[in-house]
Design a protein around this ligand. Structure first.
Ligand code: HEM
Length: 188
């Protein structure tokens, strides 16, 4: 619906959901927007994912918004940020104090699933510190993947699908653990 790849990817059916969620567990296992590249990579590796998964799945930030509290440090402290973007965000979205929940779009086409997220990384326009960590302009393997996904949207779409399936297969609940939801928005 948001313009993703027309060939799509085959989501496996029947993954069991947990019956409860833990804010604390999520906060300890998820990477943070202030993570460095090596922290992001070791976090992904601890879940059985690799560098290509990290770069491709971060492309999900082609959609949606982040809160000021998630990108404040980046716009006030990072040096590898486009100066116009930084001053726009400081003035319009994210004062030094207050406005914590104000939203800014991840990329300029944040209602469309496309590769503009990566194009903006090449211009130092990543919204989160963790986004810009994927492209530093030093010809690292991560830099090269970002560039590939910029010039080849089909390569991005294929790798995104592959990595989504891989992420969906992480530590599945089996047997009587969890449940298959009747309505995916709520526990049975
Ligand atoms: C690489 C490590 C990642 C970090 C550090 C990260 C961090 C974040 C942060 C801080 C936000 C904004 C939350 C807020 O301000 O309330 C966000 C939003 C979002 N993330 Fe990530 N994320 C990562 C990977 C992913 C992955 C793998 C996916 C999915 C494949 C994803 C999909 C999204 C989406 C769709 C949103 C927007 C949600 C909305 O607008 O409601 N992110 N992420």
């Amino acid at each position: 619906q948001l313009g993703g790849p027309h060939f799509g990817y085959h989501v496996l059916l029947g993954r069991r959901d947990a019956r409860s969620a833990s804010n604390e567990a999520a906060n300890t296992s998820l990477p943070s927007p202030s993570s460095s590249f090596s922290e992001l990579l070791s976090n992904f590796k601890s879940h059985g994912l690799g560098l290509k998964d990290l770069v491709a799945l971060s492309g999900a930030h082609t959609i949606g918004f982040a809160q000021c509290s998630s990108f404040r440090d980046r716009i006030y402290n990072d040096t590898n940020i486009d100066p116009k973007l930084a001053s726009y965000l400081k003035l319009q979205k994210c004062p030094q104090s207050g406005g914590d929940s104000n939203l800014a779009p991840f990329d300029s086409t944040n209602k469309i699933f496309d590769n503009v997220y990566y194009k903006q990384l090449l211009d130092n326009k990543g919204l989160l510190h963790s986004d810009q960590e994927l492209f530093k302009g030093n010809n690292s393997e991560s830099d090269r993947l970002v560039k590939l996904f910029t010039r080849n949207p089909v390569a991005f779409a294929k790798r995104f699908g592959h990595s989504m399936i891989k992420m969906g297969n992480m530590k599945p609940l089996t047997g009587n653990e969890g449940e298959i939801r009747i309505n995916c928005r709520k526990v049975n």
